[in-house]
Design a protein around this ligand. Structure first.
Ligand code: PEP
Length: 253
């Protein structure tokens, strides 16, 4: 199964020239890679131009509004994203939950709208601080059950979940692959319960201070076993990000 590797550029870089250069380098250095689906999620103002330079790499958005259009100052709708070759959309990133007051209910509306618009939602979940396994299960259960309320396994078949412990994001202190693996199995179990199914097959990604040195361990079936990665800071450096993609998608995985 192809690994999904997503670059979340957040509110970076500051200029279109830099953004185009970075996207071009990533595209150029990863053309021969077969086992990874690479997605770049730049800031909104760069979507159009970056969409034009990407060939194999997919274009993602970092957020979207659930309405098609209307009085929502500063927002961008799923309909508007469709003009820019966007295929994926990150929904419920912890920075939006924390700084923008995004709730599970808003996230749920966004996922429903994304699915209707044929955009692939990447639902981000994760606990804010290090917790016991039981407490962590409660947080993940709440985020998943509310975020996916009214959405069936069939509806979400193309979607993905990104497990991103907030304490590991942007800190340089990634979770251990073992911890990510525990979260992966926990999420699969929660989803299996929600959807009353035995097997959950959608990709579950890890995000939080991934770099070219630790990426392979998160993906390795004998360590983390994750099906992809969501990468913030390290995706702003073409060499680092390419290193992450190459080390997490060898032929043997
Ligand atoms: C993120 O923003 O989703 C993220 C994982 O950031 P970082 O890789 O910088 O921790």
């Amino acid at each position: 199964m192809k690994k999904t590797i997503i670059a979340n550029w957040k509110m970076n870089p500051v200029s279109l020239d830099q953004a185009l250069h970075l996207a071009g380098e990533i595209e150029k250095r990863t053309t021969g890679i077969k086992n990874a689906e690479v997605v770049i999620a730049p800031p909104y103002p760069f979507l159009k131009d970056i969409g034009r330079v990407l060939k194999k790499t997919k274009l993602g958005a970092q957020n979207m509004h659930w309405e098609e259009a209307g009085p929502y100052t500063g927002e961008v709708s799923w309909r508007q994203l469709k003009h820019f070759r966007v295929t994926h959309v990150i929904i419920g990133h912890s920075e939006r939950r924390i700084h923008m007051g995004e709730t599970d209910e808003m996230i749920n509306k966004k996922i429903k709208a994304a699915l209707k618009a044929n955009l692939i939602p990447i639902l981000a979940v994760g606990e804010q601080k290090k917790l016991s396994e039981n407490a962590m299960r409660l947080v993940l259960s709440r985020q998943l059950s509310r975020g996916l309320a009214g959405i069936t396994a069939h509806d979400f078949k193309k979607g993905a979940i990104a497990y991103e412990p907030v304490w590991a994001i942007g800190t340089g202190r990634a979770a251990t692959p073992k911890h990510a693996g525990i979260a992966l199995r926990m999420i699969q179990k929660i989803l299996a319960g929600l959807w009353k199914t035995k097997k959950v097959t959608m990709p579950i990604l890890y995000g939080g201070s991934v770099n070219s040195k630790n990426a392979a361990d998160f993906i390795s079936p004998t360590m983390g076993g994750m099906q992809g990665l969501l990468v913030g800071s390290a995706s702003l450096n073409a060499t680092e990000f390419t290193g992450i993609i190459k080390s997490s998608s060898p032929e043997s995985f």
